[in-house]
Design a protein around this ligand. Structure first.
Ligand code: PLP
Length: 429
């Protein structure tokens, strides 16, 4: 498989963009090698600039649940495009997408559209702080909520839950107001409320974790968070930027039967265009300007192209039997990986929720970030490169979810099975 044009494109990009990319994981640093530069997408395939066709299990990191360039999305965006790209004034498209969000998420009464998941979580926490008059938030180690300062925080050492900056440039002051607990550890959350109860504005959680690889919530974990936050007068924020229309036909909150106070959305609701959203309880969301005093704005927020792509995507997913096609594809992919591993005698734990899955190179279930870090990342990197060589594109990191779409069929599953067979069978894989 030739990669000479990708290699040249990466060299040119590195002269002008930090690390040659606009988002770090794209640079392949955790698996090594040179990223593929993409010329186009076609259904379940990426086509790189050297003309290689790759079965795509990344799907833009989640949004493309209909696959690349789905005709319904292309048509909707094309129609919107001809009417103009942005107005900075309200359109009926925003109300239309909001109607679909509210219908899918009974916990959301009012919703605000923004341009990214990062903006959604950052804004939701501002509203939670305003509503409660408190400063601290609690997050979980290994969960990612975008790159706002107060969320780029990692666990401190020992039993203390006080966070530390997870990037240079994040002020200690921002980290100081962020507590960090291990995922699935209700006792740690209880301790945090014991020590800081009256100061905690919100607990923010991925209701199915996807950003340390896929880690489902333990039985009772989300319900426990609901009870603890309610008892302490704190808000519960579900970050469903990834899990929305991915963990299940709507969100992870429907699967768990737990209603958060606020929900963050992104990825699928933009149909592959830049969108985020946050919404929830009417009395909380009415604080958002101009209904209330909490400032939050966006020049291109509610952009008509993005709204049109989101509406087309959610309408197709709402048709009977459509979303489950993507779930069935994820079942097939997970089964193909598990079978190849069994055949090769490789210790592999494939974790899947809905249309999200991760093959962890370990023989034990992964329940938190500590466990995810114990998986064999060198083996993942070797698997990644051999699968890529065999024409299958997996996430270039052990700590990222893989995704399927409604157009991933039997043929794609067979290609994955063959690639996984080759990738795992080799000695020292
Ligand atoms: C992707 C993601 C974000 C950030 O969204 P961006 O659009 O990349 O800013 C936030 N939270 C979760 C759970 C995500 O998966």
């Amino acid at each position: 498989m030739s990669t000479s044009r990708s290699d040249a494109a990466f060299r040119a990009a590195q002269a002008l963009l930090p690390g040659g990319v606009d988002s770090p994981v794209r640079a392949f640093r955790s698996v090594g090698g040179t990223p593929r530069f993409i010329a186009r997408g076609e259904g379940p395939f990426l086509v790189d600039v050297d003309g290689n066709r790759l079965v795509d299990y990344v799907l833009a990191w989640g949004p493309l649940v209909l696959g690349h360039a789905h005709p319904a999305v292309v048509r909707a965006v094309g129609d919107a495009l001809r009417r103009g790209t942005a107005f900075g004034a309200p359109t009926e498209l925003e109300t239309e997408l909001a109607r679909r969000v509210v219908r899918a998420f009974p916990s959301i009464a009012l919703v605000r559209f923004v341009n990214s998941g990062t903006e959604a979580t950052m804004s939701a926490l501002r509203v939670a702080r305003a509503f409660t008059g408190r400063a601290k938030i609690l997050k979980f180690d290994g969960c990612y909520h975008g790159h706002a300062d107060s969320l780029l925080v990692k666990a401190g050492s020992g039993v203390a839950t006080l966070g530390l900056p997870d990037s240079p440039g994040v002020p200690e002051g921002s980290a100081r107001d962020t507590l960090v607990a291990p995922y699935n550890d209700l006792a740690a959350v209880e301790r945090a409320f014991g020590a800081h109860g009256g100061e905690i504005a919100a607990v923010i959680v991925e209701p199915v974790a996807g950003n340390m690889g896929v880690v489902p919530p333990a039985e009772g974990f989300l319900k426990g968070l609901r009870d603890l936050t309610a008892a302490a007068g704190a808000l519960l924020v579900f970050d469903e930027v990834m899990t929305g229309w991915r963990a299940g036909p709507t969100g992870a909150q429907a699967l768990a039967g737990v209603a958060p106070d606020l929900t963050c959305l992104g990825k699928v609701i933009g149909g592959g265009l830049p969108v985020g959203a946050y919404g929830g309880r009417r009395d909380v969301m009415e604080l958002v300007a101009p209904a209330g005093p909490v400032y939050q704005a966006g020049t291109l927020a509610g952009n008509p192209l993005a709204m049109a792509a989101g509406i087309a995507t959610l309408d197709l997913l709402a048709e009977p039997g459509v979303w489950v096609r993507a779930e069935r594809a994820a079942e097939r992919a997970a089964a193909a990986l598990a079978e190849a591993a069994r055949h090769a005698g490789v210790a592999l734990t494939v974790q899947r929720v809905g249309t999200m899955f991760t093959p962890f190179f370990t023989d034990r279930p992964v329940t938190d970030y500590e466990a995810a870090r114990r998986a064999d990342r060198d083996r993942y990197a070797a698997f990644f490169h051999r699968a890529l060589e065999a024409g299958v594109y997996f996430p270039p990191s052990q700590f990222e979810a893989a995704f399927t779409s409604i157009v991933h069929g039997e043929a794609e599953a067979e290609r994955l099975a063959a690639a996984a067979g080759q990738a795992l069978a080799k000695k020292g894989a």
